[in-house]
Design a protein. Structure first.
Length: 249
């Protein structure tokens, strides 16, 4: 089974928000109603759901299809504009799993670290353990009074700035909306928002379409929690730079 978008035609007004909100081109407004025109392109993460003003979209289980077809070659690659011009990538495939070789700044040495390097080169900002969302208890004492960073797994490696920019002085929950078994993530986050004493959630995600699922889960969790906890989203490009940060609605 795989997850796909289902459209309630009675609720659909044909506004077109979902068509522009779907980065894979799976949705299209036809004769005044949204249609899933390319089921094989739908990643089932529901990034489009938040764009629908009437609640006409929902995620359902369907018979599995070939996920390699998700995201066609003619879909604009999220984040590719931020890669170095000489970056090599294979044609086709989802932007989140497309092969690329990123060229580092020529002024930065690219030689691998030697075995005689010191035990710690940079100061770590991590103030808790565990960090994986799967393992975190919802009432962990280190959550109280802290802002919680919901960190995409890839972002921690893609950007060397994540430690001091986001983790310093905050609690952290690491997750991947594409590869994790995310059943229960929304409910766990909702319990954290409602009863752990956190003061804000900052979603730190990569600039690839599948990573938008992390922001979607945070929004659904806040709705389920019944709170008005502030939500922010920070987007990291493939070259590690911060390309956007602001409130998450």
């Amino acid at each position: 089974m795989s997850k796909r978008i289902s459209i309630n035609e009675e609720l659909c007004t044909g506004c077109g928000n979902c068509e522009t909100g779907c980065e894979h081109g799976a949705l299209k407004v036809i004769e005044g109603k949204a249609r899933l025109v390319r089921q094989e392109f739908c990643d089932g993460l529901g990034a489009c759901i938040g764009t629908c003003p009437t609640g006409a979209l929902r995620i359902v289980d369907t018979e599995a299809t070939d996920d390699s077809a998700v995201c066609s070659a003619n879909v604009t690659q999220a984040g590719s504009a931020n890669a170095h011009p000489s970056a090599h990538h294979a044609a086709g495939g989802c932007p989140g799993s497309r092969l690329m070789t990123l060229t580092a700044d020529a002024s930065v040495a690219t030689q691998a670290a030697t075995t005689d390097a010191p035990a710690r080169v940079m100061q770590a900002e991590l103030g808790q353990w565990p960090i994986q969302l799967h393992l975190l208890p919802t009432n962990a004492p280190f959550l109280r009074g802290k802002e919680l960073v919901l960190l995409a797994s890839c972002a921690a490696v893609a950007s060397p700035d994540v430690q001091w920019r986001f983790i310093r002085g905050r609690a952290i929950a690491m997750a991947c909306p594409k590869l994790d078994r995310t059943e229960g993530y929304v409910e766990k986050l909702a319990a954290m928002m409602a009863g752990s004493g956190i003061t804000k959630v900052i979603v730190v995600r990569m600039q690839v379409p599948c990573c938008g699922g992390l922001s979607y889960m945070a929004l659904k969790a806040r709705e389920l929690s019944g709170t008005s906890l502030p939500l922010e989203e920070a987007v990291i490009a493939l070259d590690g730079s911060l390309v956007g940060q602001g409130p998450l609605h």
